[in-house]
Design a protein around this ligand. Sequence first.
Ligand SMILES: [Zn+2]
Length: 553
Amino acid sequence: MSFDSRALPKRQGAFRLAVAILVGVGAAVAAPPGGGAVDAEALRRHTFFLGDDAVEGRAPGTPGAEKAARYIAGELERVGLKALGHNGSWLQDVPLHGTTPAEGTPLVVASECGSSTLRLGEDYLLFTGGVQTLIPRDVPLVFAGYGIVAPEFDYNDYQGLNVEGKVVVVLEGEPDADDPEYFAGPQPTVYSTAEAKQRIALSRGARGSLLVPSALEPPRDWVGLRREFAFEHLSLAYSLPRHLSARIRPAAAAALFCGAQWDLDAVHQMERDHTLRSFPLAAGVRFRGQFRERDFFASNVVALLPGASELRDTYVLVSAHYDHLGVGPPVAGDRIYNGVIDNAIGVAGTLEIARVLAARPAPPARSIVFLFPTAEEEGLLGSLYYLDHPLVPVHRTVANVNVDGLAHMATFADVVGVGADKSTLGDTLARVAARQGLEVSEIPPLARADPFAFSDQAAFAEVGVPALLVNEGLHWSQHTPQEALVRYAEWGQTRYHQPSDDLSQPLDFEATRQHVEVLADLVWEIANDSEPPRWHPGRPEALAQLRTRAEGR
Ligand SMILES: [Zn+2]
């Protein structure tokens, strides 16, 4: 689920909501009535089981997660789906590697100003972990602006910079602009994310990257950040991170610039003056971390609703991750991060989609795969593993409908398609929405940079499978759009990835039932449409689709 706790766009707080109605072409077979409507009571039952303290927030590799996986498998069996996992089971084993750094692990910065020891938690937080991220001897630091290379904006912080084997220091955020044509103006782009900066630094041969605060970004709540980073760091056991990547606390960041041509204050002034430049630093860094590490198997849960037509060996894949953060730092004495909206309710909804579609009088034309990935919170790991080890051919998977979070505050009159602008799935959504008397709206100005990138749909799109995530819009019953926006932002600030995303929050399962009806209809529409979804011309994902097809994956 994607929320940026800082909520509103860069420094504008403007509220924009545009409504677009799209009319679909080539309407598919309409869904027959009956076949069992979505049941709000079933949604409650599933949500209350998966969101209960008894499953302890479903962190991968814990008894709670195993209990949740068994529950999901039991429900899939009960509604008559076919197991698709290993050896006819409902589970696909996912090999994971976990690392937990020792509290206070030192990161040493050495310069002509002397040596300063930064302490884990106090002065910095680790994005990556494990012995392979160690840097036993001093490695030079280089300052690389925002650490961005964006050819489409003719922007390159690495111009003329050699960072091979060094550690780059980069600012949070991205160039400040009001022009929507440049870095999307007030909206943050994916370039502002830590993940994108890490990937760019590594692609340039750097040994690691250190993120320091920007003068133009609101200060981050370090206590909140520390909590976010307090969980075991997971990676797929066969692709461990090989680089040090950390976030440096504002108070500790100045040490990195000691003895350099410009200090951090001067860099911040350059930011304000739009004269930012990259330059070598006079300091080096070494990292001798201590980690508790483990290898273990977690499980994806997978099932099939077979199709009945000549299209049955093509697949619509519905996904909903069932993992969440587990047990972590206490907040008001509560240590269980239940993840009720993220994503117990999404799993509940997907189980209901499976039940109502399996109960329809006739099977769908295409087959429908139901995938409940593990370890989404740790980087879409369950989906990435599934795509590396697909249980049905990826090149015959015509669409992914991902479910991450569902409406739970009020019934609504509009929906939002995250990714709808990328493929004809947007048209299919408009057709289904119109049939249910709903409008299709633009993504509200709340989501973090590129919300499409932050849940399992992104993994499927990456290999060329047209993918979509559908959220409710802001036209809620008994609310003005502004009131809806405020409640949404409040949820992001007070419950997202916190123990308070639990069963004590108000849950309107009538809103959830409405959302799931839209999704069930959407999946059915795609599964019965003789025309498979297509990427819009010029989309990079279309090339990925050709590659996947060529690889016969
Ligand atoms: Zn989520």
